[in-house]
Design a protein around this ligand. Sequence first.
Ligand SMILES: Nc1ncnc2c1ncn2[C@@H]1O[C@H](COP(=O)(O)OP(=O)(O)OP(=O)(O)O)[C@@H](O)[C@H]1O
Ligand SMILES: [Mg+2]
Length: 394
Amino acid sequence: MIEFKNISKVYKGGKKAVENINLFFNKGEFIVFIGTSGSGKTTSMRMINRMIEPTSGQILINGEDIMKQDPVKLRRKIGYVIQQIGLMPHMTIFNNIVLVPRLMKWPLKKQRAIAEDLIKKVDLPLDFLDRYPSELSGGQQQRIGVIRALAADQDIILMDEPFGALDPITRDSLQELLKELQKELDKTIVFVTHDMDEALKLADRIVIMQEGKVVQFDTPDNILSAPANQFVEDFIGEDRLIQARPNIQTVEQVMLKNPASVTPGKSISDAIKIMRDRRVDTLLVTDDAGVLKGFVDIESIDLNRKKATSVGDIMSNKVYFVRKETLLRDTVQRILKRGFKNVPVVDENNHLVGIVTRASLVDIVYDTIWGDSDEADIPDGNKMESMTAKESKE
Ligand SMILES: Nc1ncnc2c1ncn2[C@@H]1O[C@H](COP(=O)(O)OP(=O)(O)OP(=O)(O)O)[C@@H](O)[C@H]1O
Ligand SMILES: [Mg+2]
């Protein structure tokens, strides 16, 4: 769908920003450019919609040379999201979402339909469309930012470090949201980042750039298993290479099923009883339908024992979770780096389906380093009890 043929860019003053790159992206692919600062990522991306024009070479979109197309028309066909996704404070959420469709003079009915459709996809109520950004939480505003990028229904979307300034938890959930919507809506996304975790998580294929040149262009798995050179290896980092164990792919394959959980209506003493029976110090909270809502831990129970009556009074809804299809290597990285003791796993409807514990990851990392990579060591439900028991005794 997008093809770079011998593309070079020399800026005024002679700076060679991009040197003879050749790339081919397929329709529906999620492409991530990564590389050190100044390596030419933004320059490469912006040449796709002619915000920057190449010095030599050709870029084809669906086989057509973009230099032969009207630049304004070209740009309208391609979505562009710059750093961060700030909403316009004086516009309603609806007007924020349909910013580009309005510029493109879509009929109001069609604007309304797309805004309603998208806001449903991110699980926000329709009446939010009439609110102003300041009336939404930070995380809700960010979700609106993501759907705004999709509202004009362009096939190609360029994104230059859109999540760069966000805290890690918000960032993770927006990455998941973007990836899901991209698959569902079949968009071709070209995304620039500095963050290898982000690249590995989002990309179908990654373009690694160094000083204006492409040093490797391949799938995350191939890059992890066969880094092209020392630069790529350093860029990936040794711990990630260890975790690139090929025969375990998704969180679902290693998660422990049937995690200890409770509903918000239960009393504090019920919660303590479940904790004691299951020998855990944290309970996940789900509603009656099994949808993950938060967690309670023994510390907050201890602190609030006198004031609170139900689990709902003291639960924390800042719960970090992963989807069951998430690739394990991303989860390993995040759990180890951020020091989570365990991470709940949900299905596509946010139903709690399992948990990945730090202890189970130790086994996987251990196997990768020492073991023959046999499936035999995937933990089962019984093992979970013993591991959580070990943890709670510590
Ligand atoms: N308008 C310009 N005029 C001159 N040189 C430029 C211009 N824009 C970028 N450059 C130079 O071209 C090189 C590539 O810049 P580019 O913005 O593509 O890098 P990048 O990989 O996106 O970096 P970062 O990660 O810091 O955003 C850099 O050395 C930069 O200084
Ligand atoms: Mg840049």
